[in-house]
Write a protein that binds this ligand. Structure first.
Ligand code: SF4
Length: 343
């Protein structure tokens, strides 16, 4: 399948008074046309900085230090700010966790959606803009859509405001939609409705989606593939069924153990991963997960492991290397199976 986005060797840092915060330290992945890619990780893993780097929506203190971001043949690290403004909202749109911070409280929501379309399509007449906004509101299932066009953001619930944001993001039929924790602040029922909505709109428009979340359970419901990030690096990447059936990285296993419902035995307690993420002003030389990893060995803290790849599944962990002691290696059988698949 063709890739609409190809990120290679991306490194993004923030220059702060405490030193350089190396938020993203060499990340490579692709997004195929019409697929939903999940990027999963805890706070500080680099997942949101990666998405903000793609859209070049970084703070003034940020620097893209290395790497390329190829989108429809253009390297977004090289295009001018003017070209980037034309791409944002038109070809790549974004939905954030808090819709209130993205909506103007003083302007009716219908007008805000129409204005986004007008920026990129100045030829559209007021009646066309209104008609298209109404269609979008109906598509994202805002009840009494015609009446709600004139409502203000505070007159909507959190879930309805997020639907307005989705309508706004889809207004110009973008090729790529980046959704950064869009359901985190919503209750489970509304979250489920929004996820179904995103899936059906993706099918209807054929839009590619990058869905950023800390929750592997949400990824299971929505995504085709998943990238797991930690310490500014990709720990594991795999098709969605594969990551649940055959996780290769101890960090992914820790995330899986913390999802309700993955445990078949209801009496088994959910586990959280003890410890905290690394300080990115002085990231570890070796595997960033080493201080929290139950399988860490001496080499783990000293040197970063290379990726082991089998088909569309890759992971970086010393335990996946053939010289790892088999009897201490919880992943050894999986590696052998993965290697067989490659041969
Ligand atoms: Fe754990 Fe070592 Fe693998 Fe890192 S490389 S995940 S510390 S076993």
């Amino acid at each position: 399948m063709d890739e609409i986005l190809k990120v290679e060797g991306l490194k993004t840092s923030f220059m702060t008074s405490s030193g350089e915060v190396q938020a993203v330290r060499g990340v490579s992945f692709g997004v195929r046309k019409g697929e939903i890619l999940g990027i999963v990780g805890e706070s500080g893993s680099g997942k949101s900085v990666t998405s903000m780097t793609i859209l070049r929506l970084l703070a003034d203190t940020a620097r893209i230090k290395e790497g390329t971001i190829r989108f429809e043949g253009q390297d977004l690290t090289k295009v001018s700010e003017k070209e980037m403004r034309a791409i944002r909202g038109q070809k790549i749109a974004m939905i954030f966790q808090d819709p209130m911070s993205s909506l103007n409280p003083l302007v009716p929501v219908g007008k805000q959606v129409a204005e986004i379309m007008k920026i990129h399509h100045p030829e559209m007449k007021p009646e066309q803009l209104k008609q298209r906004t109404l269609e979008l509101f109906e598509q994202v299932r805002i009840p009494e859509a015609a009446k709600r066009l004139r409502s203000y953001p505070h007159e909507f619930s959190g879930g309805m405001r997020q639907r307005v944001m989705i309508a706004m993001a889809l207004a110009n039929r973008p090729d790529l939609l980046i959704a950064d924790e869009p359901t985190t602040a919503l209750d489970v029922t509304i979250q489920d409705q929004i996820l179904k909505q995103l899936r059906s709109l993706q099918r209807e428009y054929g839009t590619s989606i990058i869905f950023i979340t800390h929750d592997l359970g949400v990824v299971a419901e929505l995504c085709d593939r998943v990238v797991v990030m930690y310490g500014g690096l990709i720990m594991e990447e795999a098709p969605i069924e594969e990551i649940f059936a055959n996780p290769l990285h101890p960090y992914t296993m820790g995330l899986l153990a913390s999802i309700p419902g993955v445990h078949k035995d209801k009496s088994e307690r959910l586990q959280s991963i003890a410890g905290s993420p690394p300080d990115m002003t002085s990231p570890p030389a070796g595997c960033p997960f080493a201080p929290r990893c139950p399988y860490a060995r001496n080499i783990c803290a000293a040197e970063c492991p290379p990726y082991v790849q089998a088909g569309g599944h890759r992971a970086m962990c010393w335990l996946l290397q053939p010289d790892a002691p088999a009897e201490q290696n919880p992943l050894y059988g999986k590696l052998a199976a993965a290697e067989k698949e490659v041969q």
